[in-house]
Design a binder for this molecule. Structure first.
Ligand code: SF4
Length: 436
């Protein structure tokens, strides 16, 4: 079996060449070919010996996702749907601006966290992406935008892990991919220009701080637990207080300002009193400018009951935060016409991308409801959710609920920061046949 060299950070690449009896500098030579010159044909790597090129052809490959759909927007934003080797699809979005160009990449196929306003959530969780599939998005976008023609000039200045999925539930692969984004032999993007966005997997925020130096964005969307429990269900496991504490700790230790993401939804979370409450919650941890609020006008998605805030309410929200000394910006809605704006990824995709019949059934309201309840129960330990699912739904679901019930174990794993132990549970749930 060949290995995909895009899965290797510099350290792993050096170990790979050492195992072939080669010097460590071969790793940087090959990385430069791949990432600086856009070459993935070993025969074209002219500073390697013929013997080494032949070994590489036997043992390794450089495999990128394939472009399935390329959607350019009038404002310069470009969204691609990418096909992975197993037939799954993901999306990435490129947003050029005058002073920077940002690539928004995905970290999972689908997402298990079930935020109520998010398109990705509606397709459920399928699997984690590999490092190669994450860094492969940056490689592919660079080439599509014109890296080879530009002779190594950087066409992507910022990368945000804000696409499909919760990056901190795919921790190891995401960290390795971010190491490559920052590595001078790969993309050499500055640390503060690589941003992880999380819905609030609190133990993993602490782990991230220890693992790599990057910027952090936290999707808060509500300053009170009652509302955030509904909008961002992981809040029933990690409260607003715990989430903001983790963000504050991240800023305190790294000295990097954290961005609080807040999607503005009309009549839901955009009231003036909630702006005041947010202004109470954030500075309570310190007032040295550790935090910045980024308001996101909600983007329309098919079938969503949420709508964007009235512009006057949005302005008042900004005014109240700024009056309390909290830097606040309103995000541009670029990419909206191609469903490439925030919260819209996968809006036009099938509910599940593997198994058509199963995907169609998964979209039925009863199935969707039970999947949500079970995912919810598993992630955040609510026995009553599983009990309700068992009472209301059919035998296969009762069986699955029982099979999945080691929610105590999931809870303990999350507590211990062993998120990789939770992933198999997610995979079991989402691999289940949905027939009655
Ligand atoms: S908003 Fe992010 S974390 Fe929440 S369901 Fe969507 S992709 Fe997952």
């Amino acid at each position: 079996m060949t290995i995909n060299l895009l899965d290797q950070n510099r350290q792993a690449m050096e170990a790979f060449f050492a195992a072939l009896g080669e010097k460590a500098f071969r790793a940087s030579q090959v990385m430069k070919w791949i990432y600086h010159h856009g070459v993935d044909d070993f025969d074209a790597m002219s500073n390697l010996s013929k013997a080494l090129r032949d070994r590489l052809k036997e043992l390794a490959e450089i495999r990128l996702p394939e472009v399935a759909v390329d959607k350019p927007s009038r404002d310069g934003t470009r969204k691609w749907m990418l096909r992975l080797a197993d037939g799954n699809s993901i999306e990435m979005v490129y947003i050029p601006e005058t002073d920077r160009s940002t690539l928004c990449v995905s970290s999972q196929v689908g997402c298990a966290l079930n935020c109520s306003f998010c398109s990705t959530a509606r397709q459920g969780y399928n699997r984690n992406l590999t490092t190669a599939e994450i860094i492969g998005q940056v490689v592919l976008a660079s080439r599509l935008i014109g890296l080879p023609q530009n002779k190594g000039e950087r066409v992507i200045s910022n990368v945000v892990l804000m696409g499909m999925g919760e990056p901190l539930l795919n921790f190891d692969a995401v960290v390795k991919a971010m190491e490559l984004m920052q590595d001078d032999y790969a993309f050499g993007i500055s640390k503060r220009r690589v941003t992880v966005s999380t819905a609030g997997v609190v133990p993993a925020i602490d782990q991230l701080r220890a693992a790599i130096d990057v910027s952090l964005a936290v999707s808060l969307h509500a300053p009170d637990d009652a509302l955030r429990n509904e909008l961002v269900p992981i809040n029933t496991r990690f409260s607003v207080g715990e989430t903001v504490n983790a963000a504050w700790d991240y800023a305190r230790v790294t000295k990097r300002r954290v961005s609080i993401e807040y999607a503005m939804m009309r009549g839901i979370n955009d009231q003036a009193w909630r702006a005041d409450l947010l202004a109470d919650v954030l500075p309570a941890r310190g007032d040295w400018g550790w935090v910045h609020v980024n308001l996101i006008p909600l983007n329309p998605t098919p079938g969503s009951k949420w709508t964007a805030s009235d512009p006057a309410d949005e302005r008042e929200f900004v005014r109240r935060l700024e009056a309390r000394g909290i830097p606040t910006t309103v995000r541009d809605t670029r990419g909206r016409e191609i469903d490439g704006a925030c919260g819209q990824l996968a809006a036009a995709a099938a509910p599940r991308q593997r198994g058509d019949a199963r995907g169609a059934r998964a979209d039925a309201p009863a199935h969707r409801r039970v999947r949500r309840r079970l995912a919810h129960a598993r992630m955040i330990r609510q026995p009553e959710c599983v009990a309700r699912a068992q009472q209301e739904h059919r035998p296969p679901f009762q069986h699955h609920a029982r099979a999945l019930w080691p929610a105590d174990h999931a809870h303990a794993a999350v507590e211990a920061g062993r998120l990789e132990l939770v992933q198999p549970l997610l995979q079991v749930l989402h691999a289940l046949p949905l027939s009655a």
